[in-house]
Write a protein that binds this ligand. Structure first.
Ligand code: HEC
Length: 187
């Protein structure tokens, strides 16, 4: 799709949700996350995860392990590849289980009752966010909707680029310069 077509689509999407845009803004002028475009992209990401059986009622399971804040007390992590809008990239899916004090055995016995959130990193095309590894971040609730921050912004996109806290700030400190904590094998 041409840039112009993209802009038209963005402005149309923004108008629908009452964003009150007064001038035509290219994607780079949009907030780094939570825009209508990010929300649409996250919906495509969730669909891709369902198709890969990584989300939804039939999602595959792995042996959960004890985790740490902020992600949850018991975790499952999956590494895959997904294709969105013709771009194929690395996909890392982390299921976050709680509440505090929940055991691995309790999660094994009834995973869906303990699932708090699904945090996802998807490697987008070059130019999306070159200085931060081109990762698209999303925090989904178990039903596939997006979690929101205190300012009611959907947690999808370059979350929260430029801020001292949040997905990018913390993941930029991961060893190996790949923004991933659990592996240094995906660049
Ligand atoms: C305060 C630090 C911190 C913040 C904020 C944070 N993470 Fe993480 N994240 C971690 C740590 C530590 C791990 C490794 C956890 C483990 O042992 O599995 C991790 C793991 C992950 C993984 C698995 C890939 C990897 O890095 O190993 C994903 C996906 C992920 N986080 C997504 C997110 C998203 C999306 C957000 C924002 C909504 C976020 N994270 C916010 C610290 C953080």
């Amino acid at each position: 799709m041409s840039l112009k077509a993209n802009i038209v689509k963005l402005v149309a999407a923004a108008a629908i949700v009452g964003f009150g845009i007064t001038s035509v803004a290219a994607q780079s002028d949009m907030p780094p996350f939570g825009s209508p475009h990010d929300v649409d992209y996250a919906a495509d990401l969730w669909k891709a995860m369902e198709n890969l059986n990584l989300a939804g009622p039939d999602a595959i399971r792995a042996l959960p392990y004890e985790g740490t804040e902020p992600h949850g007390f018991v975790l499952e992590t999956f590494y895959a590849k997904a294709t969105i809008n013709g771009h194929t990239g690395d996909l890392v899916v982390k299921r976050n289980y709680g509440p505090e004090g929940v055991s691995v055995d309790e999660v094994m016995a009834n995973a869906s009752a303990h699932l708090g959130a699904i945090t996802v990193m998807f490697k987008r095309e070059a130019g999306y966010d070159d200085e931060d590894g081109n990762w698209f971040y999303a925090k989904f609730l178990p039903d596939g909707s997006l979690d929101r921050n205190g300012k009611d912004m959907a947690l999808a996109g370059r979350v929260a680029k430029g801020a001292s806290q949040g997905c990018i700030a913390c993941h930029s400190a991961a060893p190996g310069d790949d923004f991933l904590y659990t592996t240094d094998h995906i660049k």
